[in-house]
Write a protein that binds this ligand. Structure first.
Ligand SMILES: Cc1cc2nc3c(=O)[nH]c(=O)nc-3n(C[C@H](O)[C@H](O)[C@H](O)COP(=O)(O)OP(=O)(O)OC[C@H]3O[C@@H](n4cnc5c(N)ncnc54)[C@H](O)[C@@H]3O)c2cc1C
Length: 276
C-alpha cells in the first residue's frame, strides 16, 4: 500500500462531524472512525509505505516508479487515490493559503470570529461552511455561480432566518486581494460589465472535488470528469487494474461504498490468484 501522506485515512481526517451512515459503526468524528478502521488494519498482513512520491505508473505493465528511484512490480493494481478539492485557479487562491483561505470551517472558525467572510460555492459543503461560519462571523456572503443552490434542500432551508448570511447568485470571484492577509474579493455578477470589490477577511472555497487520476490519464478509461470507469467487479478497462472508492464513484462517494468496492476488488483478485 502506497500512501503519499504521513498517515493513511484520506478524507476521514477532514470529517469533524459524526459519521452516522456506516452500517454497525457510529463515530463522533472521522478521526474516531479512523481509529476503528486502523485497529483492524493493524491485524492484517501487508506492507505500508507512507510519504511515498509516485513519479509515474505504467498501468499496463503494473509497474510503479517512485521519485526515490525505487520501482514496484505487481500482478494487480488497485487505484484508491480518492478526490481532492477543486480549485478556482484565480489570483490569490494559492498565495493566501494560511493567510485567510479557510481550509476547514469546523476546525478553524474560531480564528475568523468577528470577521466578515465569504464562501464560494453552492453545494452541500459550501452551505455547511456558511452555516458554521455564521456562528462566529458578523457577515457571511455565499457566492454562487448558478442561480439556484445545489445543496440538499434540508441544508439550504437552514439558510432561511440566518440574517448574517447573504447569497449572491450568478456571481463569480475573479481575484482574492490583500497584502499579507486576505482583505477583499473581486466579484463579477452575471450581466455586469465590471467587477466590484467586497471587503472580507476570510474566504472558503467549496466548489466541489475532482478525482486524483493524473497518473492514470491516457492509460485507463476516465469519464468526462476524470473519474475512473469500472465494471461491476471494480475493474478498469485494463485487465487486473482496479479502481475503488471515490476515485471511481462520483455519484455515491461514501465510506461504506468505498469499503464495499475494496471488498469486491480484493475478492476478485484473490479468486484470480486461486485464493478465496
Ligand atoms: C468533510 C467531509 C465529510 C464527510 N462525511 C462523510 C460521512 O459522514 N459519511 C461517509 O460515508 N462519507 C463521508 N465523507 C466521504 C468519505 O470521507 C469518502 O467517501 C471516503 O473517505 C473515500 O475514501 P477513499 O479511500 O476512496 O478516498 P480518500 O479518503 O480520498 O483517500 C485517498 C487516499 O489516497 C492517497 N493518495 C492520493 N493520491 C496519491 C498518490 N499519487 N500517491 C499516494 N497516495 C495517494 C491520499 O493521500 C488519501 O490518503 C466525507 C468527506 C468529507 C471531506
Amino acid at each position: 500500500m502506497l500512501e503519499q501522506n504521513e498517515r493513511t485515512g484520506g478524507q476521514l481526517h477532514s470529517i469533524y462531524g459524526a459519521v452516522e451512515n456506516y452500517p454497525g459503526l457510529h463515530a463522533s468524528s472521522g478521526a474516531e472512525f479512523f481509529e476503528h478502521f486502523s485497529q483492524r488494519v493493524a491485524d492484517a498482513e501487508f506492507d505500508l509505505w507512507t510519504k511515498v512520491e509516485i513519479e509515474r505508473v505504467d498501468v499496463k505493465a503494473k509497474r510503479v516508479y517512485l521519485r526515490s528511484g525505487e520501482e514496484l512490480q505487481s500482478i494487480s493494481l488497485v487505484i484508491a487515490t480518492g478526490v481532492r478539492r477543486r480549485r478556482l485557479g484565480i489570483p490569490g487562491e494559492q498565495e493566501f493559503v494560511g493567510h485567510g483561505i479557510i481550509e476547514s470551517a469546523s476546525r478553524d472558525r474560531k480564528n475568523f470570529a468577528g470577521r466578515d467572510v465569504c464562501v464560494i460555492g453552492g453545494g452541500d459543503a459550501a452551505v455547511e461552511n456558511a452555516l458554521l461560519l455564521a456562528e462566529v462571523c458578523p457577515t457571511v456572503t455565499l457566492i454562487n455561480r448558478s442561480k439556484a443552490l445545489r445543496a440538499r434542500p434540508t441544508l439550504a432551508q437552514q439558510l432561511q432566518g440566518q440574517h448574517c448570511i447573504t447569497v449572491f447568485p450568478e456571481s463569480v470571484v475573479t481575484r482574492i486581494l490583500g497584502n499579507n492577509e486576505v482583505e477583499a474579493v473581486e466579484i463579477l455578477r452575471k450581466d455586469a460589465l465590471k467587477p466590484f470589490q467586497m471587503a472580507v477577511r476570510g474566504v472558503a472555497i467549496r466548489i466541489g472535488v475532482e478525482p486524483n487520476t493524473d497518473h492514470f490519464r491516457g492509460q485507463i478509461h476516465l469519464d468526462d470528469d476524470g473519474y475512473a470507469s469500472v465494471t461491476s467487479q471494480q475493474e478498469t478497462d485494463v485487465a487486473n487494474v482496479f479502481a475503488i472508492g471515490d476515485v471511481s464513484n462520483p455519484l455515491a462517494p461514501t465510506i461504506s461504498s468505498a469499503a464495499g468496492a475494496g471488498a469486491t476488488a480484493a475478492k476478485v483478485i484473490a479468486s484470480r490468484l486461486g485464493g478465496h
